[in-house]
Design a binder for this molecule. Structure first.
Ligand SMILES: [Zn+2]
Length: 399
């Protein structure tokens, strides 16, 4: 496959190079060459990109696709009431429905240009099958709340999975998991070199409850039981202090930022993103489930993140469009420990590539990165190529 004469290629490589009027040759699922005047074996393999912005497929670091049918099911509650209300609906979701939901979620995510997703929920094999059928990169876990669910999660992570799916291990949260289970999750993830994930610091209530019960702030507590580390992904991290940020940075743990979900659930406060980035913390973006978002549009997530932090700091320089785009691509991939194979357009990497056409809202293009963060939305995505296969072509599905 040859992406020919790309108007712009936002590579997201080490120097964040933006190429003009260049080609990308894809072979055997990988990016074989980037340059001018490259040749395809047959004209049928050529995608004319002369009017398109070409960029890496987006990376969503936090979803629960198995809940897709609960979009709009409970829109006006705070987290703990919301969780309680949804739990009743979630009980009704069996493996078949979870698979159906995951397929619907994948369709939505792909339509919006996402090619890598971290997904956690129940019925992991059903979800893994859905990812297998869709073909994008899935990092999948089975949510753990106790000893029994820990055993189930271990069993899943040791199962044979579709080749585009990698297992991870996920503790729900400090408040939903006993300490011995959290320690087991950390130990197992270290032993098997698996990504481990936990929700933390989502609400003020959680912060004070943990302080009261454990005598420590949430991240201090996780640090004290050996949960932080290079393969640890902390989701939300709104209600945390500078001291906790220093611990995250020291441990090289990663953070998933979910501004739309946080604002919709009225979590209050603002994740200290600028402070995290200044401390060298690797942060990615995530939509969270469609029950709290209510879509999987990572372009919307990018713009919302940029606006939130600028507004909050009274500073239009608080976060740049480039930093936001990094979070949705290469930094997101780093959060999921898959940056060696995706998150940028570079020779040797998997061909996870999207194109956006010259829709009216994207014109004129003075700065392609600005266009992607501030002007674009998911429906501007024309083509989606994941692992070298076309999944969306001129806005029509191919799977
Ligand atoms: Zn979550």
């Amino acid at each position: 496959m040859l992406l020919k004469n790309c108007r712009y290629i936002i590579t997201q490589n080490g120097s964040r190079a933006i190429l003009e009027k260049s080609d990308i040759l894809v072979q055997n699922g990988k990016i074989k060459k980037i340059g001018k005047a490259l040749f395809a074996q047959s004209p049928a393999e050529i995608i004319d990109c002369s009017e398109k912005i070409v960029m890496p497929g987006l990376v969503n670091t936090h979803t629960h696709l198995g809940m897709h049918s609960l979009k709009g099911a409970c829109d006006d509650e705070e987290l703990f009431e919301w969780l309680e209300r949804l739990a009743k609906e979630e009980e009704k979701l069996d493996a078949k429905k979870v698979k159906e939901n995951t397929k619907a979620g994948l369709r939505e995510a792909i339509r919006f240009g996402t090619t890598t997703i971290y997904d956690s929920y129940k019925e992991p094999m059903a979800r893994a099958q859905a990812f297998g059928e869709a073909g994008i990169n899935g990092i999948i876990s089975s949510t753990i709340t106790g000893t029994e669910s820990f055993s189930r999660a271990v069993k899943f992570s040791e199962s044979s999975l579709p080749e585009n799916v990698a297992p991870a291990i996920a503790a729900n949260s400090i408040y939903a998991c006993p300490e011995d289970v959290l320690k087991k999750v950390a130990k197992y993830s270290d032993k098997k070199r698996l990504l481990r994930r936990i929700h933390v610091g989502e609400t003020r209530k959680e912060r004070f409850d943990i302080l009261e019960k454990k005598g420590k702030l949430a991240v201090e507590y996780l640090d004290s039981i050996g949960f932080l580390g290079k393969t640890c992904l902390l989701v939300h991290c709104i209600w945390i202090t500078k001291g906790e940020i220093a611990r995250i940075a020291k441990a090289k743990a990663k953070v998933s930022h979910n501004p739309v979900s946080n604002m919709k659930l009225a979590s209050g406060g603002v994740m200290p993103l600028a402070e995290m980035l200044a401390a060298g913390v690797c942060a990615g973006l995530g939509t969270d489930s469609v029950a709290s978002n209510n879509n999987l549009d990572m372009f919307e997530e990018m713009k919302t993140a940029a606006l939130l932090h600028r507004h909050h700091k009274w500073d239009p320089k608080a976060i740049s469009a480039q930093q936001i785009l990094d979070m949705a691509t290469i930094k997101g991939a780093q959060c999921l420990c898959v940056e060696k194979r995706t998150g940028s357009i570079e020779v040797g990497k998997q061909a996870d590539i999207i194109t956006l056409g010259p829709d009216e809202n994207l014109l004129p293009i003075n700065d392609p990165v600005s266009s992607m963060v501030f002007s674009a939305n998911g429906l501007n995505v024309d083509d989606v190529i994941a692992r070298g296969k076309i999944l969306l072509r001129e806005k029509s599905f191919f799977f």
